[in-house]
Design a protein around this ligand. Structure first.
Ligand SMILES: Cc1cc2nc3c(=O)[nH]c(=O)nc-3n(C[C@H](O)[C@H](O)[C@H](O)COP(=O)(O)OP(=O)(O)OC[C@H]3O[C@@H](n4cnc5c(N)ncnc54)[C@H](O)[C@@H]3O)c2cc1C
Length: 388
């Protein structure tokens, strides 16, 4: 893509640094091996973290680089050009962990966790979805109750991506069953090796940097300090869920979709100029030319929406509408882009292990994860006070 001339120099330098890192450490043959194993490379991620990028969501006082949402989103985009193998763990560390604890953690949680998160030494998994709870998160049934000085957690979380490698489940629980649905929720940090926690892998074709899992919690006993935000966080789960961290969460999913779609366009654009049929490169046939130009144009539109929302979020402006629009538009357009690129490349895009095949499978998941497209439409209509 043409570089954005208005992008700050430090973000452009970050993109170049990550692109060089990917070329050296995550070439296509290694990506194919990670995909086949459904795993991500700890050693490569450690080298990536040594560049300091996990601190892009964390204040300097805790060992981070100072929160820089636009740079963190750009990092996700660049990493996602090589699949989810590094982008995924980066998100579990810098966003699920760093962003949420910086935004919502108690002083004690910040002091203990943020330095580790900034170094890339700690990972969170999200525990929002349940077997009977998808988009309607205010109806979660996983229960946390107080017993003396302790907390007891019971329930099942579904699709908890990365629960096998993460240190903590950032777990949305019902703390007051008698309160109105949104008032009785609390986030609990559940260590994934705690007694009473059982993890079961679920099979899936997208985002194969790890497994998504069922996490079953039976009588899991935790100290009161496991409440996100400490005592003040009890009953504040909904405001943490719907707050600024969620706006940034939507951008991070859109950034993975954008980076993945960009890689699809780059591959199809290059292939179409090498592959010859009927005496000319297939890029010389008008239908193929138009398909590629349409894909690039949609990609450019995605970049504008995503960049605008990330800049608003980074500057601390309200950006609920813009981040939902970016999540909705980019994730939907990215599917169209990926499918168009797959058609341009033709049969070779269906080979197992091929980058485009993996990219399209990943792209199909983004309109679902992190709040489905319809949830974004509902949110945008509500935020813009559209009469119902
Ligand atoms: C690979 C993968 C990884 C995931 N990782 C995680 C994770 O780490 N942590 C986690 O907590 N969850 C995770 N999820 C779950 C994901 O966030 C949910 O799938 C998503 O929130 C949607 O929930 P659902 O699939 O149960 O759909 P449902 O909520 O059952 O909805 C099904 C369909 O109905 C539509 N719909 C529902 N209600 C409405 C309405 N009111 N108006 C209009 N349309 C509606 C939806 O848009 C959707 O199209 C993951 C899912 C996948 C596939």
């Amino acid at each position: 893509m043409t570089p954005d001339p208005f992008e700050p120099d430090h973000i452009r330098a970050l993109r170049d640094q990550i692109a060089r890192f990917i070329a050296a450490e995550a070439p296509p043959e290694r990506r194919r091996a990670w995909e086949a194993r459904q795993d991500w490379p700890r050693d490569v991620f450690a080298k990536l973290a040594a560049l300091g990028i996990c601190g892009l969501t964390i204040p300097e006082a805790y060992g981070g680089l100072g929160e820089d949402v636009a740079a963190a989103v750009a990092a996700v985009e660049e990493l996602a050009r090589a699949g989810t193998f590094l982008a995924g763990p980066f998100i579990h560390c810098a966003f699920y962990g760093g962003m949420n604890i910086s935004e919502n953690g108690s002083p004690e949680q910040k002091a203990i966790m943020l330095p580790k998160l900034a170094r890339g030494d700690m990972f969170f998994a999200y525990g929002l979805t349940e077997p009977d709870v998808g988009g309607d998160l205010s109806s979660v049934r996983t229960r946390v109750r107080r017993e003396g000085d302790e907390l007891v957690v019971d329930g099942v979380k579904r699709w908890a991506t990365g629960a096998r490698f993460a240190d903590y489940l950032y777990c949305l629980c019902r703390s007051d069953p008698d309160a109105p649905p949104r008032a009785g929720l609390t986030f609990i940090l559940v260590p994934l090796d705690a007694p009473g926690v059982t993890i079961t892998d679920l099979g899936h074709t997208a985002m194969r940097y790890t497994h998504s899992c069922d996490v079953t919690m039976e009588g899991v006993r935790l100290p009161a300090s496991a409440v996100v935000g400490g005592e003040a966080g009890w009953g504040r789960g909904w405001s943490m869920l719907a707050g600024r961290a969620l706006d940034v969460e939507k951008l991070e999913v859109a950034a993975v979709a954008f980076g993945t779609a960009r890689a699809c366009v780059e591959e199809a654009w290059s292939y179409a100029q090498m592959r010859e049929q009927f005496g000319r490169p297939i890029s010389g046939h008008q239908a193929v030319r138009h398909a590629l130009v349409d894909a690039r144009t949609k990609l450019e539109a995605c970049r504008h929406l995503l960049t605008h929302a990330a800049r608003l979020a980074g500057a601390g402006h309200p950006c609920g509408v813009e981040s939902s629009m970016a999540k909705l538009f980019v994730c939907e357009a990215a599917v169209e882009i990926g499918l168009a690129c797959q058609r341009v490349v033709g049969s070779y895009a269906l080979e197992p292990g091929c980058e485009l095949d993996r990219g399209v499978r990943d792209l199909l998941s983004f309109p679902i994860v992190g709040g489905s497209s319809n949830m974004q439409r509902n949110n945008i209509a509500a935020m813009l006070r559209l009469k119902s």
